[in-house]
Design a protein around this ligand. Structure first.
Ligand code: ZN
Length: 199
Protein backbone atom coordinates (compact mmCIF):
# COMPACT_ATOMS: atom_id res chain seq x y z
CA UNK A 1 0.00 0.00 0.00
CA UNK A 2 1.33 3.42 -0.92
CA UNK A 3 1.35 5.70 2.11
CA UNK A 4 1.01 9.49 2.01
CA UNK A 5 4.41 11.14 2.54
CA UNK A 6 4.45 13.82 5.22
CA UNK A 7 5.63 17.21 4.05
CA UNK A 8 7.93 19.79 5.54
CA UNK A 9 5.88 21.59 8.20
CA UNK A 10 4.42 18.39 9.65
CA UNK A 11 5.63 18.22 13.27
CA UNK A 12 6.26 14.46 13.04
CA UNK A 13 9.33 15.27 10.88
CA UNK A 14 10.85 17.27 13.74
CA UNK A 15 10.26 14.72 16.47
CA UNK A 16 12.84 12.28 17.78
CA UNK A 17 11.63 8.79 16.90
CA UNK A 18 11.42 6.00 19.47
CA UNK A 19 13.07 2.59 19.35
CA UNK A 20 11.19 -0.26 17.73
CA UNK A 21 10.54 -2.89 20.40
CA UNK A 22 7.95 -5.14 18.75
CA UNK A 23 8.97 -7.17 15.71
CA UNK A 24 5.64 -8.39 14.39
CA UNK A 25 3.55 -8.52 11.23
CA UNK A 26 2.56 -4.88 11.66
CA UNK A 27 6.23 -3.90 11.46
CA UNK A 28 6.79 -6.13 8.41
CA UNK A 29 3.74 -4.65 6.70
CA UNK A 30 4.92 -1.15 7.49
CA UNK A 31 8.36 -1.85 6.01
CA UNK A 32 6.83 -3.34 2.88
CA UNK A 33 4.49 -0.34 2.48
CA UNK A 34 7.44 2.00 2.97
CA UNK A 35 9.43 0.23 0.23
CA UNK A 36 6.44 0.50 -2.12
CA UNK A 37 5.99 4.17 -1.22
CA UNK A 38 9.71 4.90 -1.76
CA UNK A 39 9.63 3.31 -5.23
CA UNK A 40 6.39 5.09 -6.14
CA UNK A 41 8.01 8.42 -5.25
CA UNK A 42 11.26 7.55 -7.09
CA UNK A 43 13.18 7.89 -3.85
CA UNK A 44 16.31 6.10 -2.64
CA UNK A 45 15.30 6.11 1.02
CA UNK A 46 12.33 6.67 3.30
CA UNK A 47 12.18 6.91 7.08
CA UNK A 48 9.16 5.99 9.22
CA UNK A 49 8.54 9.59 10.42
CA UNK A 50 8.04 10.52 6.76
CA UNK A 51 4.92 8.35 6.74
CA UNK A 52 3.82 9.72 10.09
CA UNK A 53 5.26 7.12 12.46
CA UNK A 54 7.87 8.27 14.99
CA UNK A 55 9.70 4.92 14.94
CA UNK A 56 13.40 4.24 14.44
CA UNK A 57 13.17 2.49 11.09
CA UNK A 58 14.05 3.34 7.53
CA UNK A 59 14.23 1.69 4.13
CA UNK A 60 17.00 2.51 1.66
CA UNK A 61 18.32 1.42 -1.71
CA UNK A 62 21.95 0.50 -2.21
CA UNK A 63 22.80 1.54 -5.75
CA UNK A 64 25.71 0.55 -7.95
CA UNK A 65 27.74 2.93 -10.09
CA UNK A 66 26.04 4.93 -12.82
CA UNK A 67 25.49 2.85 -15.95
CA UNK A 68 26.33 4.63 -19.15
CA UNK A 69 23.43 4.72 -21.54
CA UNK A 70 24.56 4.43 -25.17
CA UNK A 71 24.48 7.65 -27.12
CA UNK A 72 22.76 9.51 -24.30
CA UNK A 73 24.55 12.61 -23.18
CA UNK A 74 21.78 13.79 -20.88
CA UNK A 75 22.87 13.32 -17.26
CA UNK A 76 19.31 13.08 -16.03
CA UNK A 77 18.91 9.70 -17.73
CA UNK A 78 21.80 8.16 -15.77
CA UNK A 79 20.58 5.02 -14.09
CA UNK A 80 22.19 3.36 -11.12
CA UNK A 81 21.35 -0.33 -10.77
CA UNK A 82 19.78 -1.36 -7.46
CA UNK A 83 22.16 -3.71 -5.66
CA UNK A 84 20.00 -4.21 -2.58
CA UNK A 85 16.96 -2.89 -0.73
CA UNK A 86 17.69 -2.48 2.96
CA UNK A 87 15.38 -2.23 5.95
CA UNK A 88 17.19 -0.91 9.01
CA UNK A 89 15.50 -1.02 12.39
CA UNK A 90 17.00 0.86 15.36
CA UNK A 91 20.07 1.84 13.29
CA UNK A 92 23.13 3.42 14.87
CA UNK A 93 26.27 4.75 13.24
CA UNK A 94 29.20 3.39 15.23
CA UNK A 95 32.04 4.87 13.21
CA UNK A 96 32.56 7.38 10.43
CA UNK A 97 35.42 8.11 8.11
CA UNK A 98 36.39 10.68 5.52
CA UNK A 99 34.07 13.08 3.79
CA UNK A 100 32.21 13.31 0.50
CA UNK A 101 30.23 15.96 -1.29
CA UNK A 102 27.02 14.96 -3.04
CA UNK A 103 23.60 16.36 -3.95
CA UNK A 104 20.91 15.97 -1.30
CA UNK A 105 17.15 16.21 -1.41
CA UNK A 106 14.18 14.77 0.41
CA UNK A 107 10.80 13.25 -0.44
CA UNK A 108 9.30 15.38 2.35
CA UNK A 109 10.72 18.55 0.76
CA UNK A 110 9.80 17.83 -2.88
CA UNK A 111 11.47 19.81 -5.63
CA UNK A 112 14.21 21.33 -3.47
CA UNK A 113 17.76 20.08 -3.17
CA UNK A 114 21.33 21.18 -2.65
CA UNK A 115 24.24 20.21 -4.91
CA UNK A 116 27.02 20.13 -2.39
CA UNK A 117 26.08 18.44 0.86
CA UNK A 118 29.10 17.34 2.88
CA UNK A 119 28.67 14.00 4.63
CA UNK A 120 30.92 11.23 5.90
CA UNK A 121 32.40 9.14 3.11
CA UNK A 122 31.95 5.83 4.90
CA UNK A 123 29.97 4.76 7.92
CA UNK A 124 29.67 1.60 9.97
CA UNK A 125 26.09 0.93 11.03
CA UNK A 126 24.55 -1.48 13.49
CA UNK A 127 20.84 -2.22 13.09
CA UNK A 128 18.21 -4.91 13.51
CA UNK A 129 16.27 -6.65 10.77
CA UNK A 130 12.51 -7.19 10.78
CA UNK A 131 12.91 -10.25 13.03
CA UNK A 132 14.96 -8.26 15.53
CA UNK A 133 18.25 -9.98 14.63
CA UNK A 134 21.30 -7.72 14.96
CA UNK A 135 23.43 -6.80 11.93
CA UNK A 136 26.36 -4.63 11.14
CA UNK A 137 27.51 -3.26 7.81
CA UNK A 138 29.90 -0.77 6.36
CA UNK A 139 28.64 1.59 3.68
CA UNK A 140 30.54 3.86 1.34
CA UNK A 141 29.80 6.64 -1.11
CA UNK A 142 26.21 7.06 -2.21
CA UNK A 143 24.80 4.41 0.15
CA UNK A 144 26.64 5.95 3.12
CA UNK A 145 25.15 9.32 2.15
CA UNK A 146 21.62 7.86 2.03
CA UNK A 147 22.04 6.15 5.42
CA UNK A 148 23.12 9.42 7.04
CA UNK A 149 20.18 11.29 5.49
CA UNK A 150 17.64 8.67 6.62
CA UNK A 151 19.12 8.28 10.09
CA UNK A 152 18.86 12.04 10.56
CA UNK A 153 15.09 11.74 9.99
CA UNK A 154 14.89 9.55 13.11
CA UNK A 155 16.27 12.46 15.12
CA UNK A 156 14.05 15.11 13.52
CA UNK A 157 16.90 16.48 11.41
CA UNK A 158 16.26 17.57 7.80
CA UNK A 159 18.99 17.76 5.17
CA UNK A 160 19.28 21.55 5.07
CA UNK A 161 19.97 21.53 8.84
CA UNK A 162 23.31 19.92 7.93
CA UNK A 163 24.41 22.87 5.80
CA UNK A 164 26.89 25.36 7.22
CA UNK A 165 25.10 28.24 8.98
CA UNK A 166 25.19 30.74 6.12
CA UNK A 167 24.31 28.17 3.46
CA UNK A 168 21.35 27.02 5.59
CA UNK A 169 20.17 30.60 5.90
CA UNK A 170 20.55 31.11 2.14
CA UNK A 171 18.64 27.91 1.40
CA UNK A 172 15.72 28.94 3.64
CA UNK A 173 15.71 32.45 2.17
CA UNK A 174 15.93 31.33 -1.47
CA UNK A 175 13.13 28.80 -1.07
CA UNK A 176 11.00 30.77 1.37
CA UNK A 177 7.85 30.70 -0.72
CA UNK A 178 8.11 27.00 -1.69
CA UNK A 179 8.72 26.06 1.95
CA UNK A 180 5.80 28.19 3.14
CA UNK A 181 3.62 26.51 0.54
CA UNK A 182 4.74 23.06 1.78
CA UNK A 183 3.92 24.08 5.35
CA UNK A 184 0.43 25.09 4.22
CA UNK A 185 -0.03 21.77 2.43
CA UNK A 186 1.28 19.87 5.46
CA UNK A 187 -1.26 21.66 7.67
CA UNK A 188 -4.07 20.93 5.21
CA UNK A 189 -3.06 17.23 5.19
CA UNK A 190 -3.15 17.16 8.99
CA UNK A 191 -6.62 18.74 9.01
CA UNK A 192 -7.84 16.27 6.42
CA UNK A 193 -6.54 13.32 8.45
CA UNK A 194 -8.32 14.60 11.55
CA UNK A 195 -11.55 14.93 9.60
CA UNK A 196 -11.32 11.44 8.09
CA UNK A 197 -12.17 8.61 10.46
CA UNK A 198 -9.60 5.81 10.25
CA UNK A 199 -11.09 2.84 8.43
ZN1 ZN B 1 14.49 12.82 3.60
Amino acid sequence: MILPIRLYGDPVLRRSARDVKTFDDDLRNLASDMIETMHDANGVGLAAPQVGLPLRLFVALELGPVEETDGEEDESTDERPVLATHVMVNPRITSREGSQIAPDGCLSIPGLWVDDMVRDASVRVTFQDLDGAPHELEAQGHFAHVIQHELDHLDGVLFFDRLPKQARRDFLETHRSELADMQRRAKAMIKERKATPVA
